[in-house]
Design a protein around this ligand. Sequence first.
Ligand code: NAD
Length: 397
Amino acid sequence: MKVVIVGSGVAATAHARVAVAHPGLQLVGIVETTRGSSAESTKPRLADYVEETLKGERPATFSSLAAALSDSDVDVVAVCTPSGTHADHAEQALAADKHVVIEKPIDVDLARARRLSALADEARTRGIVVSVISQHRFDPANAAISRAISAGRFGQLTSATASIAWWRDQDYYDSGDWRGTWQFDGGALLNQGVQAIDLLVHFLGTPVEVFGRTARLTHTDMEAEDVGGAVITFENGAIATLLATTSARPHVGARVQVHGTEGSAISARDQLEYFFAADAHPAGSSVYQGANQALNEVSANDVPGGFVDLDLFSGHLRQYEDILEAIHTGREPGVTVSDALTVLALVRAVYVSQTLGVQVDFADVVAGGYDDVVAVTGQPALTAVSSPADPIAKVSV
Ligand SMILES: NC(=O)c1ccc[n+]([C@@H]2O[C@H](COP(=O)([O-])OP(=O)(O)OC[C@H]3O[C@@H](n4cnc5c(N)ncnc54)[C@H](O)[C@@H]3O)[C@@H](O)[C@H]2O)c1
């Protein structure tokens, strides 16, 4: 499969590494522009990196996707540009009948993502595969949890919690003029949080109601939130809490916990920190009922304390394996456009909830009922107010 990568920044580098390393892929082109990243002019061009550092065949470079599509023989387009450009680039690639791999999130705009979803469904009938990167779904820890849930091993799922506590200083947001903007990025929820949110939905199913809060607490120059939280109710009645922040020094990491009547699991920093399923200890068994069975489900490399896989690109490699299999066999990819649309709608529901100050019906968000709401980040100031008539301090937001 001949691959063209659109973009030449951080994510594009991961895709280039996979395309050079994977025997089923050939990196034939890179669309390199100077737009979007102030740090870019000082970085070596990605084509140089591929040739000199990765020792790959030098890919052609193009100044636009249109030029790449008309000049080279391409099978797969990998969209690695700022999030607000994803759907437009993917549409362009689909119009040329190419398979498309889109970096997360699907886009920042729900209407554009909805249109792309319809186009991807239509392209599917012609054998075209579109998938959105959510590489942590393919981590052995998260795959083990997903398998257990599908097999019913956790019984009735009752609750979950996802927290993404990262540290990103103002220099990070200044490193690209798109970062932290509503038009191209969103904040901690839509950029850093989106993969854990994908896991939450993957594990628990369709959300029903969302109540969210966001705030910009520590960054002086970004539009969207650096802290966001929500309470989400799912179709089966399960309740989840969500927290995403880029104001947690020193980068505490991502953690997803899921709980059911017959078992629970914790995935932390991509490793299986805890796993328990009652079926491994049938009634009458003398083994302690809360014993951590993580090592029965994944290898020692994938539990904390084991050897930590430091290769940040292994998730992308695993997801490309899945996408290639989908292309070759005609099955659905592990992460579909529809999955990614649900995740974007969930983040959008948090933004709408914050902006309007109400609990939001998730189906209404998906259907476009709130498309005209202009998201506003919550204000950080909590003011303690006391008056002689009411000596008990009240908090007003
Ligand atoms: N899956 C992951 O782990 C992961 C990691 C990092 C980034 N990402 C995602 O990848 C995307 C890019 O992030 P990044 O960190 O690589 O950004 P970046 O700023 O490092 O790179 C963005 C690239 O896009 C190019 N660009 C900007 N505007 C463009 C346009 N209109 N047309 C064509 N090219 C354009 C820039 O020149 C640059 O090469 C984002 O959507 C981000 O969420 C995913």
